[in-house]
Design a protein around this ligand. Structure first.
Ligand code: XUL
Ligand code: CO
Length: 445
């Protein structure tokens, strides 16, 4: 095990391992709904939910915002550079263990600082990757995914794979090459692309066609290199409509699916869908999950929520039971997330600066999804919406509807039918009634 900088196991001070105590517990450091071994349907809660801690928000972020300085108080604050990077690994594995989460996720630059050259940067990474690998041997925690941060450094000012500068494209390729080697080395279950700066500000200086073609070329190169080194994890792409660029190329699930299909990438990629990105795109989270699901491309989830009063990506911990229930409904209908998981791409608020808040926030998110899982499972078991939907589309199971569905109808036959049919009758969609039933389930299951 790597060098210990303080006493391993004490970064979170008095916080002990978090256990399930049930809904009547007053213990803020206990799960009220997440009972990892409880069987729901055919799997345990732990297997269904596949929780992951995001390294960047939890161990790297300091609470800086566009208006103010860092606020976070962290027991690893006093270190710098590579020492800080090493201490963060120790703190990270302590928290994973205390929360009992099976996964974590990181960007390359979260775990190790950049050096003066790419070579130095990769050497820094190698040290930390080796340390993480040692820790993974003695813990039950696996890497859900890693990714490359190609948005923070000024070299990415015009993008990475969609930069107007071929030197930047080459640098980004080298960075993802290293990322895939890291994924292979640490046994990552997925590799994520979030197009941080892959978009544009104005068409007045942008060759949109070349940028999209280059983005696809870049992803094909990644797929080829993964094959070459034998990395068999799932490739994921994470849609987001705006922020940091005005027009992000991977705006939402539908746009991203069209891109993947246009460039023959859909057999290699699935989607990693984030709740706050969905709402920024003007969609609900469950809409994005449904769109990906019906295309067979639902891969993984960045579990968080936005603030409806703010128009930016606040990455709050998910506590909205409506959203977690409807998300779990889509995930269960998808037959689970396969090798994906629920990654808390979420940060404590700037005012929640104490170390314990990192634990409270994860407990809140895990409980909200556990409850969502239970409610969604019961809704499906009772066929609450399935029967309503089957009845609503009944007209497509017989007569002219069946002809349409089975490809026997055309504009001639349909015109003939319409001319002879003088009594179109619609039925109520019963939206409010259904929402009341959903409330009953959320409150009573
Ligand atoms: C940014 C975001 C990223 C990705 C990984 O909004 O969600 O953290 O999840 O790069
Ligand atoms: Co995300």
């Amino acid at each position: 095990m790597g060098q210990s900088y303080t006493n391993v196991g004490t970064y979170f001070g008095s916080v002990n391992k978090v256990f399930y105590e049930g809904k009547d517990s007053n213990n803020p450091l206990a799960f009220k709904y997440y009972n990892p071994e409880e069987i729901i349907g055919n799997k345990t809660m732990k297997e269904h939910l596949r929780f992951s801690v995001a390294y960047w928000h939890t161990f790297t972020a300091d609470g800086t915002d566009p208006f103010g300085a860092a606020t976070m108080q962290r027991s690893w604050d006093k270190y710098q550079g590579m020492d800080l990077a090493k201490v963060r690994v120790e703190a990270a594995f302590e928290l994973f263990e205390k929360l009992g989460v099976p996964f974590f996720a990181f960007h390359d630059r979260d775990i190790a600082p950049e050096g003066n050259t790419l070579k130095e940067t990769n050497e820094n990474l190698n040290v930390i990757i080796a340390m993480i690998k040692e820790y993974m041997k003695t813990s039950n925690v696996k890497l859900l995914w890693n990714t490359a941060n190609m948005f923070t450094h000024p070299r990415f000012v015009h993008g990475a794979a969609t930069s107007c500068n071929a030197d930047v494209f080459a640098y980004a390729a080298a960075q993802v090459k290293k990322g895939l080697e890291t994924a292979k080395e640490l046994g990552a279950e997925n590799y994520v692309f979030w197009g941080g700066r892959e978009g544009y500000e104005t068409l007045l200086n942008t060759n949109l066609k070349l940028e999209l073609d280059n983005l696809a070329r870049f992803m094909h190169m990644a797929v080829d290199y993964a094959k070459e080194i034998g990395f068999t994890g799932q490739f994921l792409i994470e849609p987001k409509p705006k922020e940091p660029t005005t027009h992000q190329y991977d705006t939402d699930a539908a746009t991203t699916i069209a891109f993947l299909k246009q460039y023959n990438l859909d057999k290699y990629f699935k989607l990693n869908l984030e709740a706050n990105h969905a709402t920024l795109a003007g969609h609900t989270f469950d809409h994005e999950l449904r769109v990906a699901r019906v295309h067979g491309l639902l891969g993984s989830v960045d579990a968080n929520q936005g603030d409806p009063l703010l128009g930016w990506d606040t990455d709050e911990f998910p506590t909205d039971l409506y959203s977690t229930t409807l998300a779990m409904y889509e995930i269960l209908q998808n037959g689970g997330l396969g090798c994906g998981g629920l990654n808390f791409d979420a940060k404590v608020r700037r005012g929640s600066f104490e170390l314990e808040d990192l634990v409270y926030s994860h407990v809140a998110g895990m409980d909200a999804f556990a409850r969502g899982l239970k409610v969604a499972h019961k809704l499906i078991e009772d066929r609450v919406f399935e029967d309503v939907i089957a009845e609503r589309y009944h007209s497509f199971t017989e007569g002219i509807g069946l002809d349409i569905v089975e490809g026997r109808a055309n504009f001639h036959t349909l015109e003939q039918y319409a001319l002879n049919n003088n009594s179109i009758q619609n039925k109520s969609g019963r939206q409010e009634r259904l929402k009341a039933i959903l409330n009953q389930y959320i409150l009573e299951v």
